[in-house]
Design a protein around this ligand. Structure first.
Ligand code: UD1
Length: 440
């Protein structure tokens, strides 16, 4: 076996990015379909025995993981190179989501609602800890209990089932679910379950993210009755069965991927158009970029950002949509290292989501963390160094900083990036960066 063949057969777990900086990004970049909209859409295929076709599904590792999970249950998953995925869950061989897959992707919990509501039973591994905090799934489980499911944790697995006898006879029942805080996958999981429940489910304090609305659009096209997605109250009237999609459901563009390239434009003093990006999905983030002095325009092609020569410091507080997205906090921090003055960043969604700060400091950033607040003093000259990625968005921040740093930045553990960014090195190089993917 040659080294080349060997490399192809091994997972690219230890690949690294070598970034030669500094550079100014310039041009147009294609934005892929939203990973966080595609994941619940894939899980929705479990709700019907008919064919569900999705288009604009991004080629990222989390999507492959969800595909593997569904295929392991007996769903036929047919992925085409153009981003179309055709799924059919006419018969299932298992209703189990194993630890091996769930531990690499918490969003696997999204299969719980559909399995429970259509098949009356599910075994899903408890996700366990992750780098950005505890991230429990208690709100998902309480909601299913309120809908009549019995939940137990056995040997590290969540076992959920519906009694087959009595008035409920194998079906969930509609309920009012009032979330104490908006949870994105929690809202989606309840929607996925409620569409086949008996009666009406009302979700109060629902997440208002565009991905929730996209899921409602898909479920409606499958025959579900869903009202109010995108607002904080969603009402769902359960139906007896759902059908497949008559036409392919096109996944919305990834607002976080778009935001990442636009932050890179602001950080490098460049000029980038994120093609097809929807400004209404990114309002709080684009306002913050404009506050740093960047020029932000919505064009017929997407969203264009021209970075300021000398960005200004600006404070942000992450919040559920339509607030500033936590998934763009790390990238904004990278930009803040180059802004004139002191930026205060407050992370309100996840504890421990500042692992990128210490790595940015290795490149020369001046950041102090005090609980949920990060104080970034800028501008500081960044100098290339080896850094280690810790989670998906933290990795993106390190890449962005590497574009601005003088000399070579080596970003280790980019398998985190592969979870959510499709062809990042190619896309950045298309904008004039010098990024090489190498085996670690
Ligand atoms: C989703 C996104 C993720 C994003 C996050 C917040 C997907 C696949 N992932 O994650 O990229 O960073 O929204 O925008 O869409 N919580 C509980 N108990 C629960 C559920 C949540 O306490 O049962 C807490 C979480 O710890 C967190 C907050 O609620 O503090 C919001 O988390 P949530 O919206 O659920 O995040 P995810 O859906 O996991």
């Amino acid at each position: 076996m040659t080294e080349g063949t060997l490399r192809r057969t091994l997972p690219p777990a230890l690949d690294e990015f070598l970034i030669e900086g500094p550079c100014r990004l310039h041009g147009k970049v294609a934005i892929s379909g939203a990973k966080n909209a595609a994941l619940p859409a894939l899980a929705a295929s479990l709700l019907t025995g008919e064919t569900v076709t999705l288009a604009n599904v991004p080629a990222v590792a989390d999507i492959r993981t969800m595909g593997k999970l569904l295929a392991g249950m007996g769903v036929s998953v047919d992925r085409h190179p153009d981003g179309t995925v055709v799924l059919c869950a006419s018969e299932l061989s298992s209703t189990e989501a194993s630890y091996d897959l769930v531990r690499t992707m918490r969003a696997a919990i999204l299969v719980l609602g559909p399995l429970l509501t259509r098949f009356g039973e599910a075994w899903v591994s408890l996700p366990g800890g992750c780098a950005i905090g505890v991230r429990p799934v208690d709100l998902h489980l309480k909601a299913f209990e309120a809908m009549g499911a019995r939940i137990a944790v056995e040997k590290g697995y969540i076992h959920a089932h519906i009694s087959r006898v009595g008035p409920q006879a194998g079906r969930l029942k509609g309920a009012t679910i009032a979330f104490p805080m908006p949870t994105v996958t929690g809202t989606e999981n309840v929607m996925l379950a409620a569409v086949l429940a008996r009666g009406i489910t009302r979700i109060e304090n629902a997440a208002r993210e565009p991905e929730v609305e996209d899921l409602a659009r898909l479920l409606t096209s499958m025959g579900a009755s869903v009202e109010g997605a995108g607002s904080s109250t969603i009402t769902i009237e359960g139906v007896e069965s759902l059908c497949g999609t008559a036409e392919a459901h096109g996944i919305i563009p990834d607002r976080i991927e778009a935001g990442t390239y636009l932050a890179a434009a602001a950080l490098t003093g460049g000029d980038v158009t994120a093609l097809d990006a929807r400004p209404e999905h990114l309002a709080a983030f684009l306002n913050a970029l404009a506050e740093t002095g960047a020029s932000v325009t919505s064009t017929s092609e997407g969203v264009r950002v021209q970075g300021a020569e000398k960005p200004r410091a600006h404070d942000i507080v992450t919040a559920p949509h339509p607030g500033f997205p936590t998934d763009l906090q790390a990238q904004f921090m990278a930009l803040s290292t180059q802004a004139e003055g002191t930026s205060r960043i407050v992370e309100t969604i996840f504890e421990n989501r500042y692992l990128h700060a210490i790595e940015l400091a290795r490149l020369g950033a001046d950041i102090t963390i005090d609980g949920a607040t990060a104080i970034v003093r800028g501008p500081r000259r960044l100098e290339g160094a080896p850094v280690t990625a810790s989670d998906l968005r933290a990795s993106a921040a390190l890449v962005l900083a590497g574009l601005r740093a003088e000399g070579e930045t080596r970003v280790r553990r980019i398998y985190h990036l592969d979870r959510g960014y499709s062809g990042m090195a190619e896309k950045l190089n298309g904008l004039g960066a010098r990024v090489k993917r190498v085996a670690g």
